[in-house]
Design a protein around this ligand. Structure first.
Ligand SMILES: NC(=O)c1ccc[n+]([C@@H]2O[C@H](COP(=O)([O-])OP(=O)(O)OC[C@H]3O[C@@H](n4cnc5c(N)ncnc54)[C@H](OP(=O)(O)O)[C@@H]3O)[C@@H](O)[C@H]2O)c1
Length: 324
């Protein structure tokens, strides 16, 4: 089978796209013919082993798992003999590891029926980014009837966060770049503001929840956007790869500064997304069309390196899907 892999950490030019042996499912696993995956910033960090903290999970000296990729959507071709409830031919999706390949073995507990109304590539865009957004929203007691600000509203996580919060009855404000403002408005944001026009950000009235996928500001700068008693939910931070702290600890330095900051009656919540947590709820929202993955670019598996370069350099907005 074709797969995207690396034997050691390094730049994305180290990635190989070549034949690998097809994995064999254990008794509690399903063998899935992968039809699509998607590209997440995590794929880039895991492929490169930078920030170095990633290596504590992925393997210190060299990667424990050569094949990369997190999201998958595909068709079951073999069922481990301990498994009930799934059969050959079932269409499933979720988050697993080593998914940028023709076939992947997944534990049955990481397999979920693909929403029938969704194509494979749309479904494959939802697990990591969509469930991060859902888990971020769940950090607030409720968003119904509340004002929710999404910083990074045009990104993979942000496009889901805007739609999810709006579908739950929130009044959503989105911050994005000029070129993506209309897209964010179309996802259900009542107000959109342009971070390239910093003056416009002053017009944002205090919100009950701020979901920040960019985290380029200190707490004092975020404070005017947060109503008293509100929650600041941090999902990701811009990593300065030119600094030693950034290359070593990634967003951890920014998170530490936020934790130490005076909160003035606001709460801080930092998201560490749990794979597949909330996928049953997400499947319902996808099936009903209340939430739609925003795919801005599609690549073939054979162009996976170009897909990662595109994510790194072009910051496309929405999701990049990878067709296998
Ligand atoms: N905590 C977790 O478990 C978890 C899980 C998933 C992802 N993450 C992290 O969350 C972050 C976002 O992920 P993603 O998949 O959404 O990435 P993404 O698709 O690259 O989106 C990032 C978005 O940030 C926007 N942006 C850049 N600078 C901005 C600024 N100064 N103000 C407002 N928006 C700005 C960009 O908008 P424009 O295109 O409009 O410029 C871009 O669309 C990444 O750092 C990722 O590693 C964390």
């Amino acid at each position: 089978m074709k797969a995207v892999f690396r034997e050691k950490y390094g730049g994305i030019e180290n990635l190989e796209i070549d034949e690998r042996p097809r994995p064999k499912p254990k008794r509690d696993e399903l063998l899935v013919e992968v039809r699509a995956s998607s590209v997440n910033p995590a794929d880039l960090y895991i492929a490169m082993g930078v920030p170095w903290l990633v290596r504590l999970v992925e393997g210190v000296g060299r990667p424990r798992k050569a094949v990369i990729g997190r999201d998958y959507a595909g068709v079951i071709v073999e069922v481990g003999n301990e498994i009930t409830g799934f059969a050959v031919g079932d269409e499933i999706y979720g988050e697993a590891t080593q998914t940028w390949a023709g076939f992947v073995c997944v534990k049955a507990k990481n397999a979920y029926r693909k929403p029938v109304s969704l194509s494979f590539d749309a479904a494959a865009c939802a697990p990591l980014a969509g469930l991060t957004a859902l888990q971020a929203i769940k950090k607030a007691p409720t968003v119904a009837g509340k004002r929710v600000l999404v910083v990074g509203a045009s990104g993979g996580v942000g496009t889901f966060a805007v739609q999810l919060a709006a579908s739950m009855g929130a009044q959503v404000v989105g911050i994005a770049s000029t070129r993506n403002l209309e897209m964010v408005r179309g996802l259900g944001a009542a107000q959109v503001e342009d971070y390239e026009e910093p003056e416009s950000l002053k017009s944002i009235a205090p919100c009950d929840v701020v979901i920040d996928t960019v985290c380029s500001r200190n707490f004092a700068e975020v404070l005017p956007w947060l109503a008293e008693g509100g929650v600041y939910v941090v999902v990701g931070a811009t990593i300065n790869m030119n600094s030693l702290l950034g290359r070593f600890a990634g967003p951890a330095g920014a998170y530490l500064k936020l934790m130490l900051a005076k909160k003035h009656g606001r709460r801080l919540a930092i998201v560490t997304a749990k794979p597949n947590d909330g996928i049953a709820e997400m499947s319902g929202l996808l099936e009903s069309g209340q939430v739609k993955p925003v795919i801005t670019k599609q690549f073939q598996l054979s162009d996976a390196v170009a897909a990662l370069a595109y994510l790194k350099e072009k910051r496309p907005g929405g999701k990049i899907s990878l067709v296998v």
